[in-house]
Design a binder for this molecule. Sequence first.
Ligand SMILES: [Zn+2]
Ligand SMILES: [Zn+2]
Length: 361
Amino acid sequence: MQKRLFPLLTAFFLLAAAVLPVSAQVRHEIGFPDLPDYHTLKCDLHSHSVFSDGNVWPTVRVDEAWRLGLDATALTDHIEYQPHRDDIPTNHDRPFELAAGKAAQMGLLFPRGAEITRDTPPGHFNAIFLDKVEPLAVPDFVEAVRQANLQGAFVFWNHQGWKGEEAGRWLDVHTTLFENKWFHGMEVCNGNSYYPTAHRWCLEKNLTMLGNSDIHQPDINDQTTADAHRTLTLVFAREKSLAGLQEALLAGRTAVWFTNQMIGRREWLEALLEASVEISPPHHRGRDHVLIKVRNHSDIEIQLRRTGPVGPATATLPPRSTSLVKIGTGNPQGPIELAYTVTNFLIAPGEGLPVRLTVGE
Ligand SMILES: [Zn+2]
Ligand SMILES: [Zn+2]
């Protein structure tokens, strides 16, 4: 018996040693629920490594993304800008190749990406879901974008209002790309910046809204919280796969989590709000009021301002919490109609999401 136990124990410890370094890592999930028909993928599709002007090795971005609760991330090193060139040879496909194995081990979606970085104008454009980055290293900007499209890439215009002649302006070169359907989205938010012009253009021209970190430094956070989070794109995907991610991006099913705001098309913000907020029927009916419990399952504080005659003038639903709400009414036994604006869910620049709901039916 003992003779057999020893090799078994040895095998167990060898196995444990092989497994523990992975299983000991902890990931804090980000609290945005799935929608009835879609997975809510938390994505950061713009980041840099030492292969361009970032300050981390490619695998570090994958570790960070997993730890911070992301489902998808992309390394999008500049093709044309490599300040570490003297130490790290130019190889545009190397960052992806170095990190892809680790991303697969961690179950992260990791499309191959690059940032097409010409002088401004026309501005910087990211291409993801590439087969190869190298063919994009051509002198002509439009040709680089065309090459990305020949590979079936999803292309988006980055940090639109950052600098240069194209900041806040749509130029002929953008019309050329747009009319050829060679770019499909825009960063409405990049890092700490929000670009209302990009937000408006996405609505007008049916472009996909994105928000990304564009992180260059190591991420010092060990988890994602409402107060300390990267600017992210929530992507509503039919399936959690690279193909599912790409289909959802092309279809424009996104919302952008930026500071304490959610930015997106009305349809998706409505769906996200509905999935995030759970309202219990009144558990107490007084002579002139009712009390209800409102639970916010998400990681964003939901800020409400009354637009109808009934209910508190303002209300705040903290992330991952239940709030007790008192509603004054002349008819506490009957249903109560509430009308509010979610002021931090932006369906257009400066315009909150209107909601109507009935409690106590
Ligand atoms: Zn850039
Ligand atoms: Zn960048």
